[in-house]
Write a protein that binds this ligand. Structure first.
Ligand SMILES: O=C([S-])c1cc(C(=O)S)c[n+]([C@@H]2O[C@H](COP(=O)(O)O)[C@@H](O)[C@H]2O)c1
Ligand code: NI
Length: 397
């Protein structure tokens, strides 16, 4: 696996500064985080951390000190403009986080997302938390994130909106489609924390099998006697050595013009899905239909989801984590009359299990020389066999 996976333990709640503290505790470089924040809001905030204890457990508390006065209200549109100063790997997730917040606030207050006025969540410290978390993830080389069920709290809280029930409306809205539970008194999950989870974590899951590398513990502001007010981030490589994390995205569809399916499948592969296929099914009420299945890397899920909603008639998608164990593979070019063809060789522990000519190249040579594909395929297989590329043989060094 190329990148690292981070699993967020939000079983005691989540807030932007808690997540930032956890990632800094896991080893993210604070100067890299500060530089990303400075790129958006120069000389505005200073990030620091201290070691604290929460219910007797060591944790790192992130502090965001304002160096200037922060304007009380910001619109989503103005924050989006501020974020353009960031490098793409930090900017894209930061925009996704604020877009989530804007959509949630828009639904809560009954206004258009672009017109949403953030109050507390638009303050400099929230902006710093979001940018800081995205920069820290990038600095740690984390390429996929998942998170368990989130404790949201209970009771009431007082803020710019007056007295709000917990989970506060924005958190409730952001929680749709995610596993949540009360988990205790007070506001345990804040809008910024929940937006970070929803924008960055591809799936809600228990701790996935992984070779654990580092555990970061981020402290919340309160020290509760009965439970540690912390977010933990467990960072490592997904289990299976070369096995990569994958997500299966599926939808049952019974009313799409069938002529549209080839374009839907091709589009999914173009945007980076590892595979996309249709299975004929008979749905409720005896309706013939199709299951669309898409296997992709966790980071590709948001694009896959968007593509399915934009290009099919489905009203929802299902997502489930999967583990892929790819065979090691290499390509060997063989010569056939009239051209060359790449042969994909799958092997394990140095023994060849598969040697198959790439069929697109078989087709290209067959067309170029005017011979049937099956003849060119056989010629490529024979050429591969002459090179010793057959099942059971050891790979030549
Ligand atoms: O700023 C806004 S619009 C805001 C909306 C809501 C709603 O639920 S609506 C709640 N809050 C409260 O702000 C503070 C700070 O939140 P952060 O995400 O910035 O940590 C928190 O207590 C929210 O309940 C703000
Ligand atoms: Ni609000």
């Amino acid at each position: 696996m190329s990148g690292r996976h981070a699993w967020i333990d939000a079983s005691a709640g989540v807030a932007g500064d808690m997540l930032l503290g956890a990632l800094l505790d896991a080893g993210a470089d604070i100067s890299v985080v500060q530089a990303a924040i400075d790129a958006v809001a120069p000389d505005s905030v200073r990030i620091s951390t201290t070691e604290v204890t929460r219910a007797g457990l060591r944790a790192r508390k992130a502090h965001v000190a304002a160096l200037t006065g922060s304007p009380p209200h910001r619109t989503w549109a103005s924050i989006r403009t501020m974020l353009t100063g960031l490098d793409q790997p930090v900017r894209d997730p930061a925009i996704s986080v604020f877009a989530r917040l804007a959509e949630a606030e828009a639904r809560v207050h009954g206004v258009a997302a672009d017109d949403v006025h953030f109050h507390e969540v638009g303050a400099l410290d929230s902006i710093a938390d979001v940018i800081g978390v995205c920069a820290a993830l990038h600095d740690l080389g984390i390429t996929s994130v998942s998170c368990g069920a989130v404790a949201v709290g209970s009771g009431h809280v007082r803020g710019a909106h007056g007295r709000l029930p917990v989970p506060v409306p924005a958190v409730a809205e952001l929680s749709r489609g995610w596993q949540v539970f009360a988990g205790g008194d007070g506001e345990l999950a804040t809008p910024t924390g929940m937006a970070l989870v929803r924008a960055l974590a591809e799936v809600c899951e228990h701790l996935p099998p992984m070779t654990l590398d580092v555990v970061g513990v981020g402290a919340g502001g309160r020290d509760l006697p009965d439970r540690a007010n912390v977010v933990r981030v467990l960072v490592g490589a997904a289990a299976g050595g070369d096995g990569a994390d994958a997500v299966l995205v599926e939808a049952n569809v019974d009313d799409l013009d069938p002529r549209l399916w080839p374009g839907v499948l091709a589009g999914l592969l173009e945007l980076g899905a590892a595979d996309a296929w249709l299975t004929p099914i008979v749905m409720k009420k005896g309706r013939p239909a199709h299951t669309l299945s898409v296997l992709c890397a966790p980071a590709t899920v948001p694009r896959v989801r968007d593509h399915i909603f934009e290009n099919t008639t489905t009203l929802g998608v299902r997502e489930s984590p999967r583990r892929k164990t790819p065979l090691e593979r290499l390509f060997v070019t063989v010569e056939v009359p009239g051209g060359t063809i790449a042969v994909k060789v799958g092997h394990r522990d140095g023994v060849i299990l598969q040697a198959m000519p790439e069929f697109d190249e078989v087709t290209a040579v067959a067309r170029a020389v005017g011979r049937p594909e099956r003849v060119v395929l056989q010629q490529a297989l024979s050429a591969a066999a002459e090179r010793g590329l057959v099942t059971g043989n050891r790979l030549a060094c």
